[in-house]
Design a binder for this molecule. Structure first.
Ligand SMILES: NC(=O)c1ccc[n+]([C@@H]2O[C@H](COP(=O)([O-])OP(=O)(O)OC[C@H]3O[C@@H](n4cnc5c(N)ncnc54)[C@H](O)[C@@H]3O)[C@@H](O)[C@H]2O)c1
Length: 477
C-alpha cells in the first residue's frame, strides 16, 4: 500500500501540489491526521489581502494579431487549437505536449490553416521553453489540473496572457499566487469557463440583469455526469490523472461548470461576495469496487485497489455576504442522466434548466410559447452575431467556440475579458474548501475574498450584448 501511495504522488505530481494532495493520501490510513494536514486550507482561506492592482475590468493594450502558444494537447487542448485556428486575427505559433504524438497531431490540424508552429515535446519541463518563446501574446493551458497554476504563473512571469482550462488551480495557495502574479505582471489570467456561454446561461444572465427575476435569493448548479466507465476508469486521460484525483481527494473536485454563470447572474465579485461554505460527501459506494474488478483484468488499475476514493455525491452550500445561497453538487459516478443543472430563484420568479423553464408563481411553469418569447427577448447579441457559426464549428454545441472567439476579440480590441482572474480562482477554490469541510464533518469554512474588498465597487464583466468589440471575424471550415 505504501508503494501505491508513492506512485500516486509521483505519477500525478500531487507531491508537488502542496499539502492538500499529500494530506488526502495520508487520510487513507488516518482520518485525524488528514484533518490536521488540511489546516493550512483554513489558514489560507482566512487570509486578508490588499490588492496591488485591480485586474477586474482591466484593459490590456490592444493586440492586432494574437500570437498563441498552447501547452497540453490531449482531448481538450487539441480541440481548443482547431477552434482557435478558425478565428480571424489569430496565429498559432507554438505547441507543446509531453507526448510527441499529441504534439504532432495538433500541429497537423493547424497546418491545415497554414500555421507552422514551433513544437516542444518529450520532456515534462519543455513547456517552460514555450513560455519563454518571445513572439507569443497568449498561452492556452490544457494540461492535467495540478499543472495549471504553475504553468500559468510561469507564463505570466514571461510576459504572456494566459487562458487556463477548468479548474484554474487546485489549492488555495495557488489561487493566491495566481492573483498576485496577474496583478503584478498585469497579464490577463482567465479560466476558460465555457458553460458561461451556453444559451440557457446567457439567457438567465440577461433576465437577472434586467430584473426579471426580482432580487436573486438562491442559485443551484451541479456537475453531474456519469464518467465512471466511459472516462475515469479508462486509459483515456494522460497517466490516468483524473482517476488519481478522484482517488486522493474528497470534496467537490469540479465546481466551476455549475458555479460560473450563477456567480455572474448573482454579481459575485462585483456587488456581492461569497462568505462561507459547508460541504458534505456521501461515502463511495462504487469506485472502490470498480477498481478491484478492473484490477483483476488490467494491472494498471492495481494501484487504485484500497485507495480512499472521493464520496460519490458531494453537496456544498455557500452563503454570500448579502445573505443569498448557492447549492453546488458534484457526482461523476452514479448512473443518471444529465450533465449540469442550473437554477436561479428570485423574488419574482424562478428559471431552471433541464428542461429549460420559468415560473413566476406556485401555479406552475409558464407555457412553451411564453417561454419561447422569453428566450427570444433574452437571446443576447453575442449569440445573434456569431452563434450560428460557433455552432457549425462546434465544441459542446458551439459554446467553446463562442468563448474562444470572445477571448480573442477582447484581446484584439484591448477591452476587459468576460472573466477576470478573481472569477477563475473563486470558482475553483471551492474544491479545496469543500475538501476541508468534508474532512471536518461539514463545518463551515470562510471563502477568501481574492478581490481584497474591490467586489464592493467592481462593475459587471461578461459583455454578452457586445457593447464593446465584437468585430472579429470567424470562419467555418
Ligand atoms: N471546459 C470543458 O468543457 C472541459 C472538457 C474537458 C476537459 N477540460 C479540462 O481540460 C484539461 C485537460 O483535460 P483533457 O481531457 O484534455 O485531458 P488529457 O489527459 O486528454 O490531456 C492532457 C494533456 O496534457 C499533456 N501533459 C501532461 N503533462 C504535461 C507536461 N508536463 N507538459 C506538457 N503536456 C503535458 C498530456 O500528454 C495530455 O496530452 C483539464 O483541466 C480538464 O478539466 C475541460
Amino acid at each position: 500500500m505504501e508503494s501505491n501511495r508513492r506512485d500516486f504522488l509521483k505519477l500525478t505530481g500531487i507531491g508537488s501540489l502542496g499539502l492538500a494532495g499529500a494530506s488526502l493520501l495520508s487520510s487513507c490510513s488516518d482520518q485525524k491526521d488528514a484533518q490536521s494536514n488540511l489546516n493550512h486550507i483554513e489558514e489560507q482561506a482566512a487570509k486578508q489581502y490588499t490588492p496591488q492592482f485591480n485586474m477586474h475590468g482591466y484593459s490590456a493594450p490592444a493586440i492586432d494579431v494574437v500570437r498563441i502558444g498552447a501547452i497540453g494537447l490531449g482531448g481538450r487542448g487539441s480541440g481548443n487549437m482547431r477552434r482557435l485556428a478558425q478565428i480571424d486575427g489569430v496565429e498559432i505559433r507554438a505547441l507543446c505536449d509531453l507526448e510527441p504524438d499529441n504534439t504532432e497531431a495538433a500541429a497537423e490540424s493547424v497546418r491545415h490553416f497554414d500555421f507552422e508552429p514551433e513544437l516542444y515535446s518529450g520532456h515534462e519541463d519543455e513547456w517552460k521553453k514555450l513560455c519563454e518563446q518571445d513572439d507569443l501574446d497568449l498561452i492556452i493551458i490544457g494540461t492535467p489540473w495540478h499543472l495549471h497554476a504553475p504553468q500559468a504563473i510561469y507564463a505570466m512571469e514571461q510576459g504572456k496572457h494566459v487562458a487556463v482550462e477548468v479548474p484554474i488551480a487546485v489549492t488555495v495557495e495557488e489561487c493566491w499566487q495566481l492573483v498576485e502574479t496577474s496583478e503584478r505582471t498585469r497579464k490577463h489570467c482567465m479560466m476558460m469557463s465555457n458553460p458561461n456561454y451556453g444559451d440557457f446561461n446567457m439567457m438567465t444572465l440577461g433576465m437577472a440583469r434586467d430584473g426579471y427575476l426580482g432580487d436573486i435569493i438562491h442559485g443551484e448548479g451541479a456537475y453531474i455526469h456519469d464518467l465512471m466507465r466511459s472516462h475515469n476508469f479508462t486509459h483515456r486521460y494522460h497517466n490516468m490523472w483524473r482517476l488519481k484525483e478522484n482517488a486522493t481527494r474528497d470534496g467537490n473536485l469540479y465546481p466551476t461548470h455549475g458555479l460560473g454563470s450563477l456567480c455572474q447572474a448573482m454579481d459575485i465579485n462585483n456587488g456581492d461576495q461569497m462568505d462561507y461554505l459547508v460541504s458534505v460527501s456521501s461515502n463511495d459506494f462504487m469506485m472502490g469496487k470498480t477498481a478491484v474488478e478492473l484490477a483483476a483484468e488490467d494491472p494498471a488499475f492495481e494501484q487504485f485497489v484500497g485507495a480512499k476514493f472521493r464520496g460519490n455525491l458531494n453537496t456544498s452550500i455557500i452563503k454570500t455576504k448579502k445573505g443569498r445561497t448557492i447549492m453546488l453538487q458534484h457526482d461523476v459516478t452514479s448512473p443518471r442522466p444529465g450533465v449540469r443543472f442550473d437554477l436561479l430563484s428570485g423574488t419574482e420568479g424562478i428559471v431552471q434548466n433541464r428542461p429549460p423553464r420559468f415560473s413566476r408563481s406556485y401555479g406552475g411553469w409558464v407555457s412553451d410559447s411564453e417561454f419561447a418569447d422569453l428566450r427570444e427577448k433574452y437571446t443576447p447579441e453575442i449569440s445573434k452575431r456569431v452563434g450560428d457559426i460557433a455552432r457549425q464549428i462546434g465544441g459542446h454545441g458551439g459554446i467553446d467556440t463562442l468563448m474562444s472567439w470572445r477571448l480573442v476579440d477582447c484581446l484584439r480590441n484591448g477591452i476587459p475579458l468576460d472573466m477576470s482572474v478573481y472569477d477563475g480562482v473563486l470558482w475553483s477554490v471551492i474544491a479545496p474548501l469543500s475538501e476541508w469541510s468534508v474532512a471536518n464533518n461539514g463545518r463551515p469554512i470562510n471563502v477568501p475574498d481574492f478581490t481584497g474588498g474591490n467586489w464592493q465597487t467592481n462593475g459587471r464583466l461578461m459583455d454578452i450584448e457586445l457593447e464593446h468589440g465584437g468585430n472579429t471575424g470567424i470562419k467555418p471550415v
